[in-house]
Design a protein around this ligand. Structure first.
Ligand SMILES: *[C@@H]1O[C@H](CO)[C@@H](O)[C@H](O)[C@H]1NC(C)=O
Ligand SMILES: *[C@@H]1O[C@H](CO)[C@@H](O)[C@H](O)[C@H]1NC(C)=O
Ligand SMILES: *[C@@H]1O[C@H](CO)[C@@H](O)[C@H](O)[C@H]1NC(C)=O
Ligand SMILES: *[C@@H]1O[C@H](CO)[C@@H](O)[C@H](O)[C@H]1NC(C)=O
Ligand SMILES: *[C@@H]1O[C@H](CO)[C@@H](O)[C@H](O)[C@H]1NC(C)=O
Ligand SMILES: *[C@@H]1O[C@H](CO)[C@@H](O)[C@H](O)[C@H]1NC(C)=O
Ligand SMILES: [Fe+2]
Length: 463
């Protein structure tokens, strides 16, 4: 009986965290199996039946306010119809939009026929059905448009990064799909297929990735950020145009926000203003991205969209020994703006683990004053690294010790997160590790909006 009690106490304590110099380093130790890609004959990669059947169907937001959707798909056999037929639930009157078709080559690979079509003037908060593959094999899907943009509109975003196509990737996606919070859209922080880890960047792995994620992406928009695995720069095989497969396959509404490149842009969705930045495009002073962001931040109207969320691939605050300081040069350029405009949260990927910071800034340094330590700053965002989607490169397990004081929580496990906006002042944020049941919350935090409720929301102060 006594032994059983001790055993139970140990069991109950497994989830309890260790205090370090900084925040918490989870004591959860994941069993480290090798992360391997699902083989080509896996169920998740199977071809839809039928002649020239559309595959890799995916949608993303098509215009700033969410009343348009970009639908994209691929057909393998011949150039087919680029039409999308769509209709709102419970009506019979169908509408048709015409898209475009393109192909690209990469070394010895030639893509299938890639279609992309923007369907516009959609009603808010409405379920639409749509069909693609008109004339050959037609497949039907659906999506739900977001509510009108407004300050107290609740909305739940999923957060996934560095997904890849391993067995762990499939677990992450399954956990997101089964999360009881039911995300309406995914904010994806870069590194999609990891095709570039294959010989000659085997673009067949871009196709398999598209088929794998279709089960979610055909039904809800994923908001894209470009990572280093999207660059596909391979001069050794004559491929010198960066981002070629990515930009041919994943179209984003960058022009709608005045951007000149698909790598940085913004959208509004419900009560959130989402700015996507590119860690792999020029961001120094006078560059197009710099000028765009300089003009963009003052446009954010917190009365209309209280929540200011920024996505990028390479994290600025990262206490793992992987990709250490890779985000530093961009931090130097843009961090003063993030503090000035009171960004609520910055999500990044790249490091294959999970970490959440306190609200901190490091903007005092000016070369000669020596003030180079991050400090607690209630105007600063929380920085979250969520590059733990589960790709074939495996987990980042090696952390810098001691844990820096700004690091609130870190853990080397695969997983996903949810950002659940309740109203203009409160958002519930939660991270889930794949080893747990779908509803188990491994790290969580109530975000208080920096514009409407800028009180201290740090989590390590008293726990
Ligand atoms: C496939 O669709 C295209 C475009 O609608 C059409 O021209 C072609 O004849 C169709 N092929 C077959 C075999 O049905
Ligand atoms: C559509 O019809 C279904 C059942 O027929 C009903 O539950 C749903 O509320 C209807 N939706 C709209 C938008 O009218
Ligand atoms: C991927 O996950 C889905 C849903 O859980 C499952 O049906 C499928 O068998 C999995 N496939 C592989 C190759 O793990
Ligand atoms: C900000 O948005 C609110 C609500 O939509 C609007 O009333 C106000 O005019 C906007 N402010 C500016 C400066 O555009
Ligand atoms: C962790 O990283 C540090 C710094 O790069 C290195 O010195 C150390 O050997 C690594 N430890 C392990 C277990 O890989
Ligand atoms: C905003 O949401 C939080 C959390 O659900 C709640 O406690 C608070 O009362 C809400 N504020 C308003 C004004 O409804
Ligand atoms: Fe990366």
């Amino acid at each position: 009986m006594g032994r059983l009690f001790v055993f139970l106490v140990i069991l109950l304590n497994v989830g309890v965290m260790m205090r370090c110099n900084g925040g918490k380093t989870s004591v959860y130790v994941r069993q480290v199996d090798k992360t391997i890609d699902m083989p080509l004959d896996s169920d998740v990669f199977c071809l839809p039946p039928g002649y020239n059947a559309p595959q890799q169907v995916h949608i993303t937001q098509g215009v700033i306010d969410g009343t348009a959707v970009i639908v994209s798909w691929v057909t393998p056999d011949e150039p087919g119809s680029s039409l999308v037929v769509y209709w709102p639930e419970n009506t019979t009157k169908k509408k048709v939009a015409e898209g475009k078709l393109r192909t690209y080559t990469f070394f010895k690979y030639t893509s299938g026929f890639i279609y992309y079509c923007t369907i516009r003037k959609l009603e808010h908060s409405t379920k639409y059905y749509y069909e693609v593959g008109i004339g050959n094999t037609t497949r039907e899907f659906w999506f739900i448009t977001p509510p009108p943009v407004g300050p107290d509109v609740p909305y739940t975003f999923g957060l996934i990064g560095d997904l890849g196509q391993s067995y762990d990737s499939n677990r992450t996606l399954t956990h997101y799909e089964n999360n009881p919070l039911k995300g309406g859209a995914v904010l994806f922080v870069g590194d999609l297929s990891y095709a570039d880890n294959y010989p000659n960047h085997d673009n067949v792995r871009w196709d398999t990735w598209g088929r794998f994620v279709e089960r979610n992406l055909a039904y809800q928009p994923w908001i894209w950020t470009a990572g280093n695995h999207e660059i596909d720069f391979a001069p050794e095989i004559g491929e010198t145009k960066p981002f070629k497969p990515y930009t041919n396959r994943y179209h984003v509404p960058y022009k709608a926000s005045g951007s000149t490149e698909p790598f940085w842009y913004s959208i509004k969705r419900a009560s959130a203003y989402i700015i996507v930045l590119s860690s792999y495009s020029a961001y120094g002073k006078y560059t197009p991205q710099y000028k765009w962001l300089e003009d963009e931040l003052p446009k954010v109207n917190r009365t209309e969209t209280p929540w200011l969320i920024i996505l990028m691939h390479s994290p600025w605050y990262n206490s793992y020994n992987y990709h250490y300081m890779e985000g530093e040069t961009m931090r130097v350029m843009y961090e003063p703006w993030f503090v000035q405009y009171k960004v609520d949260v910055v999500f990044a990927g790249h490091v294959h683990a999970y970490e959440r910071s306190e609200r901190i800034s490091n903007v005092a340094y000016n070369i000669i004053n020596g003030q180079c330590n991050p400090i607690v700053d209630q105007s600063a965002p929380v920085y979250i690294t969520i590059g733990d989607g589960g790709n074939l490169e495996g987990l980042a397990t090696n952390m810098t010790e001691p844990q820096p004081s700004y690091s609130a929580y870190r853990e080397a496990s695969f997983g996903h997160a949810m950002f659940d906006i309740k109203n203009r002042t409160h958002a519930y944020y939660v991270w889930h590790r794949n080893q747990d049941g779908y509803a188990v919350e491994a790290d969580k935090m109530w975000f208080f909006n920096r514009h409407w409720h800028p009180v201290d929301d740090s989590t390590t102060a008293d726990s």
